[in-house]
Design a protein. Structure first.
Ligand code: PEP
Ligand code: MN
Length: 338
């Protein structure tokens, strides 16, 4: 149940209201709003209905939450949430956020070369995986902890925040200087991992599971929010369908749905959806046109020699061209690009 209360409610009346709710066994979460405050009630005595609560002094309105998630919903938090990290903001009316870099950190030199190139072309966050979740155990698995530290060093050198995928709770300490934690598609429903990152004081980019519904995805975000971390960013990266001409099918509609149902920022990853660099630009533009707050793409100085996902990696020239197109589209959409 969701209750809206008068912002100017006297403390004694508020205390009475909260006491009544606690006695009925409700767990109460409060969200301060501009015109009124919102209380979210979970658990509790089902015998107490909306009409009963509406009678309590100071209560403006009460309604049943229409969805299975709460904290992520617009009913609980109407304004767009903006995630801020190390000089970069994602969501709301903030400029489009550009995240770019290689699929995997391959060496100290290569992440720095690629980082420098994307910085020159225009980038807000530098990406690079270190523990790569590969379908084949024989494929390049990433540089592990070494990869994390090369990425962090690169971010410090270039004065840009960095994002790196976390696959294991035991690795959290090694990610302390990583600015944004990425939860990959394969771990979207790894609930212990979600709870663990929910306890961190850093933003989490939550990719959509390759066969997950939007509701399951929002509920995964709810796990992180419920632990106290409000800085969750969704990332649509395509889902598995019967279609074989692309690696995954970019579900552009999910971006519009998320924007309606939740207040959290959304980023589009056209690289893992396309699986082929030739389609990356079109999908990136489609995602932004659908309302994405940012774009995450894989870029490599030598895609043909990349140790993972070379086929979908943009060259630096392609990336520069993409940034220009995104800038032009942003103008049309009334939104800045950096
Ligand atoms: C990645 O971003 O490199 C990655 C592994 O993505 P996903 O989890 O979407 O497959
Ligand atoms: Mn990749």
């Amino acid at each position: 149940m969701i209750i809206t209360i008068d912002k100017k409610m006297q403390d004694s009346i508020k205390k009475n209201l909260l006491d009544t709710l606690y006695k009925k066994g409700f767990e109460v979460l409060m969200q301060e709003g501009i015109e009124y405050d919102v209380l979210l009630l979970t658990e509790g005595d089902t015998g107490m209905c909306c009409a009963d609560i509406r009678m309590v002094e100071g209560v403006i309105d009460v309604f049943e939450n229409s969805s299975s998630y709460h904290l992520a919903s617009r009913e609980f938090h109407n304004e767009d949430s903006i995630v801020r990290v190390n000089g970069c903001s994602i969501g709301g009316k903030e400029p489009l956020c550009l995240i770019a870099g290689p699929c995997a950190v391959e060496s100290k030199e290569s992440i720095e070369t690629i980082g420098m190139a994307v910085k020159e072309a225009g980038v807000d966050v530098i990406r690079g995986g270190a523990f790569k979740p590969r379908t084949s155990p024989y494929a390049f698995q990433g540089l592990g902890f070494e990869g994390v530290s090369y990425l962090v060093e690169c971010g410090k050198k270039l004065k840009k925040p960095v994002i790196c995928e976390l696959t294991n709770i035991a690795h959290i300490e090694a990610y302390k200087d990583v600015d944004i934690i990425q939860i990959g598609a394969r771990n979207m429903q790894n609930y212990e991992l979600l709870k663990a990152v929910g306890k961190l004081d850093k933003p989490v980019l939550l990719k959509r599971g390759m066969a997950s519904t939007v509701e399951e995805w929002i509920l995964a975000a709810e796990y992180i929010l419920k632990e106290g971390n409000p800085n969750v960013i969704f990332c649509e990266r395509g889902i598995r369908t019967f279609e074989k001409s692309t690696r995954n099918t970019l579900d552009v509609s999910s971006i519009a749905v998320l924007k309606e149902k939740t207040h959290l920022p959304v980023v589009v990853d056209p690289s893992h959806a396309a699986g082929n660099w030739k389609y990356v630009k079109a999908l990136a533009l489609a995602g932004v046109a659908a309302g994405a707050d940012g774009v995450m793409v894989e870029v490599h100085t030598q895609p043909e020699n990349a140790l993972s996902d070379g086929a979908q990696s943009l060259t630096v020239n392609h990336y520069e061209a993409l940034v220009k197109e995104l800038e032009a589209l942003s103008v049309v959409l009334g939104r800045k690009c950096r």
